[in-house]
Ligand binder design. Sequence first.
Ligand SMILES: [Zn+2]
Length: 386
Amino acid sequence: MGASGTVRIIKLLFGLLGLVALGCADERPPTVYSYDGWDGGYFLPVDAGPPRYNVLLFIMDGVGPAQLQAARLVKQAPLHFDRFPAHVLMTTEASGGVVTDSGAAATAMATGRKVTPYTLGVALPGSGRPLVTALELRQRTGVPVGVATVETPLVDATPSAFVAHQASRFDEAGVASDYLRRTRPDLMAGGTSYNLGRVQAVAAGYVAIDSEAAMAVRSPGVDRVAWLFDEARPRLPELTRAALGFMSRGKPGFFLLVETEATDTHGHANNLDGVVKAVLELDQAVAEAMAWMGNRTDTLIIVTSDHETGGLVLDEPVLDASSDSVLQIDSAVEDALSPFTANVPPHHYTTTSHSSRPVDVFATGAAHESVLRVSDNTHLFGILAP
Ligand SMILES: [Zn+2]
């Protein structure tokens, strides 16, 4: 065999080794940054090396521009995150359809890939293999990572898309196992469920608590906490403050997700009053985070949503000529539209499901300029991962 034949064999062996290595690794997003619409992709490069900034990601489930406008009208003032220097709209389509669910939407943000609705962190359509998430990429560098949600079990879709890898979000046993045995975030907070309660968390090596007061307790040597609540749960501002206190004890570069699910639940019920109350509670949590941040330049705060719920439309109040007052809502319209018009503006919903409307993204702090380039939910991955 000549020298060139030997070279060919060596090249072939390296090629085979490469294929074996690819087969063993988690499925990573491609490193070519092109956006191909329906099947995802992202254009922001992901750095190797330690994270350059902390990430605090707020997700308001099921909130679009109209829900935020209603909240401003009720508050009679801008929302705290209206003052953020970056603000764009992004599309939320799932793979294969214009309307997404929380699983596919959060997977797109967490991994940069569009997936089939009801999927959590796996390549479907495609190989079905796990897609590495921004939370996991940060975790590999040794920084603290955490997820927190209220008004829903922790195993619900939005936080789980950052932690779990399941073909169906409804496989709660599989999702719980991914929390406790696979990804093991340093902080997990949310509602209890059959598969993920305090007993299971303690058995998996977590310090588990069920009360707001206990969130502030810092035991030396405790590196994994599960704040799992039954009926009584902390409000988002208190939860956010306690979570930030926990996360900032570790190496710089933490990743923390804070979600409110109540906005989506009330959206499905076409209850704008409930949606607005939940948005305003999250707005207070954002104020808490801004106070924590102060002048520090090492933290990126993003406030966004996974999709819009309800197809909400705000309506013009009807001028009542028989009245002295300037604007009155016609009582027939009021009855037809909503029982909550004393508190929220006139409006009507167009669906009890999710809609295809784009959602807002607000950002401040480190690297917030990157958010100005976001126009689809997959683009957030490149900003969350470094
Ligand atoms: Zn929903």
